[in-house]
Write a protein that binds this ligand. Structure first.
Ligand code: HEC
Length: 174
């Protein structure tokens, strides 16, 4: 009888020890995962795309690091509007679906860096990026490379930053 109680006690002790060890390892592993966390808006744990976090958030193209965006430059935005009229309006309207998606709220769908990379390098994004692929499936047309210079792509971005700011101001007034 005594022996049994003793055995039972040590069994309990072993079970508790194993539980403690399991909890310890769970936390230890969790900590390891977090080390690679870049603090960006793409959650590593949900990034199952096979792309890096950077690629998933910003697409493929010449823009390879976060842009240092200052206050909106209205002169640059006005240039961007002209470029939009001449190079993009054949396929995009601001508020309606056309050959491609409505663009006024584009910066609510994609990051500024993704925007520029799509404009500068649509083909590679169409081939590799899930957002572009999904849009292609929906619009059934490939956005063609418009040979936009880096400077013009930046001006286009400024135009959409201005439109985005106007949208946000409208929303706060409501
Ligand atoms: C030949 C038609 C065509 C032209 C010209 C065109 N686009 Fe597109 N664009 C599309 C289509 C179709 C899509 C969606 C499918 C895809 O990505 O190809 C698209 C997608 C996009 C996207 C992807 C992001 C999103 O969610 O909307 C951006 C940004 C964009 N276009 C901006 C531009 C800008 C800026 C220009 C002018 C420099 C331009 N496009 C010129 C047809 C075009």
């Amino acid at each position: 009888m005594r022996v049994r109680i003793k055995n039972a006690l040590s069994e309990n002790a072993i079970i508790s020890l194993v539980t403690v060890l399991m909890i310890f390892f769970l936390f230890a592993c969790g900590g390891e995962n977090k080390e690679g966390d870049t603090g960006k808006s793409v959650d590593q744990k949900t990034n199952t795309s096979g792309l890096s976090d950077w690629e998933l958030e910003n697409g493929f193209g010449p823009v390879k690091k976060k842009l240092n965006l200052g206050p909106i430059d209205k002169t640059m935005a006005a240039d961007g509007e002209k470029i939009f009229e001449s190079k993009c309006a054949a396929c995009h309207k601001l508020d309606e679906r056309y050959v491609g998606p409505a663009q006024r709220n584009v910066l609510q769908r994609v990051t500024p860096e993704f925007f520029m990379n799509t404009v500068l390098n649509p083909d590679e994004n169409l081939e590799k990026h899930p957002h572009s692929k999904q849009m292609l499936a929906e619009y059934m047309t490939k956005m063609t490379n418009q040979n936009v210079s880096l400077k013009d792509a930046r001006a286009l971005l400024e135009y959409f930053r201005l439109l985005d700011e106007e949208l946000k101001n409208q929303n706060t007034k409501k």
